[in-house]
Each structure stands twice: as structure tokens, then as C-alpha cells.
Ligand binder design. Structure first.
Ligand code: SAM
Length: 248
């Protein structure tokens, strides 16, 4: 858990932290009961744990553009701003306007956090999102919410948002299982989620990048998620998919 943003950026006194965070988490869980919200995963500000984080910050300071897809409260975007990224280089997309609103309540920065946060369904037309306009797309705990076919569609769309040049990057993290496959889950659009192991995920990326017509290098790092509040350790993977060649 990382509380420096909450105390230093948001100015929340330490003794009020637990009450403040729990109140926001409870409101969010009523909007939609994502397990990661129930487990306070948003307090990890997980983008900062990406192995590429120093490079990401440098690239943003050099004027590159980043989209956080499925940004929830926008907590990772706040982390980037707190760590020196120019707000003008950032954009968030999120299905639930309510989560975006709760983000301002959580971080107490309405009126001073000026990153555009777009409410929209990534599977439909999202106003303001243009193909080929981001150097980096961050996607955390998102793809695993969907079926295989939905992931094919979402990954294709995410790759197409990247600028068609060497080094453009899709990265993030998601649940990992030993045996890949579809599971029934109430939090999914179609009733089904496809959870990956490394082989199935790299296979999906190979398939979709071919369909989209880009060459990519896909690296995956496995780790044990775990959470002090959960009885079972959840397995996770971090992935980074880098365009290795500009399309012809
Ligand atoms: C499990 S949460 C993860 C949030 C955040 N990225 C994180 O790592 O904490 C998934 C987020 O994706 C959003 N989401 C789900 N379906 C979406 C869609 N079709 N378009 C945009 N956002 C979506 C949810 O509302 C939720 O905030």
C-alpha cells in the first residue's frame, strides 16, 4: 500500500486515512463489486511497480502521450502526476462515470487535477479517442474481465490507438492462472471471462498483432499477487507489448 499520495498530494491527515479510504471503497463497491475494489487494490498505485516505470516517466516528460484504459478512480494517473508527469500528456478512459467522480473524492483534487478522464465504453465509439495517437497505453486488471473474443477486439483496438512507430507500447497487469481457459463470472459483460497463462496470453497477442498488421515484442513477468485481506494468493502477470517495427 502506498499512502504518500493520500497524505502529501491529497493532504489527508494520517488519522483520517482509514475512514476516508473505506468510505470511498464502500461507495465504489456498491456501484460495481469488482473484487479488486473490494480488496483495495487501487491503493497499490500499481503503475509505479511496472519495471518500465522510470522509462515511462522519462518518456512522458519528453512529451509522449499515455492512455490509462479502464482507469477506475484514475489513481494511476494521479501517481504519474505526483511523480512529475505533465498532466497534458495523460488521458483516462473509464466505463463508469461514478468511479471517475469517486476518484476526485478519494484524492481530493477536483478543480486541480486536469487530466482528461473520458467516460465511455471501450467496445463502442469513445469520444475523443483517435487511432494512432498514444505512445503508451496502460491497461491494468482490464483484459481479464472479458471473454476470448472480447479480448481479441479490445487488444486490437488498444494496439490501434498506439502511434504506428517502433517503441510504442501496450503494458499492464492481469490475473494469471496455471491452466488457461474460460470461466463463468458475474462481473463480466458476456457472463464469461478468459483467464490466461503466459502461453495463451502471448498467443492472443501474436494472433491480434498479426490481424492488426503490427510486429511486436511481448514480454511477460509472472508474480504472486496476494493480498493481506485475501485468503488465497492470486497469481498475476505483468506484460509489455512493444511495437518492434513501424508498419510499412
Ligand atoms: C477491475 S477494474 C481495474 C481498474 C484499474 N485499472 C486498476 O488497476 O485498479 C476494471 C475497470 O475497467 C472499467 N471497465 C470495464 N469495462 C469497461 C469498458 N467496456 N470500457 C471502459 N472501461 C471499462 C471498470 O469500470 C473498472 O473501473
Amino acid at each position: 500500500m502506498s499512502t504518500d499520495i493520500l497524505t502529501q498530494y491529497s493532504g489527508i491527515p494520517e488519522p483520517s486515512l482509514v475512514h476516508h479510504v473505506r468510505a470511498i471503497r464502500d461507495k465504489a463497491f456498491k456501484l460495481f463489486p469488482y473484487p479488486c475494489i473490494g480488496l483495495y487494490s487501487f491503493l497499490a498505485f500499481s503503475i509505479a511497480r511496472s519495471p518500465q516505470y522510470p522509462e515511462i516517466l522519462r518518456r512522458l516528460k519528453d512529451g509522449e502521450a499515455l492512455l490509462d484504459l479502464g482507469c477506475c478512480f484514475g489513481q494511476d494517473l494521479r501517481r504519474l502526476v505526483f511523480d512529475g508527469a505533465p498532466p497534458s500528456s495523460l488521458t483516462g478512459v473509464e466505463l463508469e462515470q461514478g468511479f471517475l467522480d469517486l476518484g476526485y473524492e478519494l484524492l481530493l483534487d477536483r478543480g486541480r487535477f486536469c487530466v482528461p478522464l473520458i467516460a465511455g465504453d471501450f467496445f463502442g465509439p469513445v469520444p475523443g479517442l483517435r487511432e494512432g495517437s498514444f505512445d503508451m497505453v496502460h491497461v491494468a486488471f482490464f483484459f481479464h474481465l472479458f471473454s476470448w473474443d472480447e479480448q481479441v477486439e479490445a487488444v486490437a483496438k488498444a494496439l490501434q490507438l498506439l502511434k504506428p512507430k517502433k517503441g510504442s507500447m501496450l503494458f499492464g497487469r492481469q490475473v494469471r492462472v496455471e491452466k488457461a481457459g474460460a470461466i463463468k463470472h458475474p462481473a463480466s459483460r458476456s457472463g464469461e471471462m478468459f483467464w490466461h497463462n503466459v502461453k495463451s496470453w502471448t498467443g492472443l497477442i501474436a494472433l491480434v498483432s498479426k490481424q492488426v498488421g503490427v510486429e511486436v515484442d511481448c514480454q511477460v513477468v509472472c508474480y504472486e499477487g496476494g493480498n493481506q485481506r485475501s485468503t488465497e494468493a492470486v497469481k498475476m502477470m505483468r506484460f509489455v507489448v512493444v511495437l518492434s517495427q513501424s508498419p510499412a
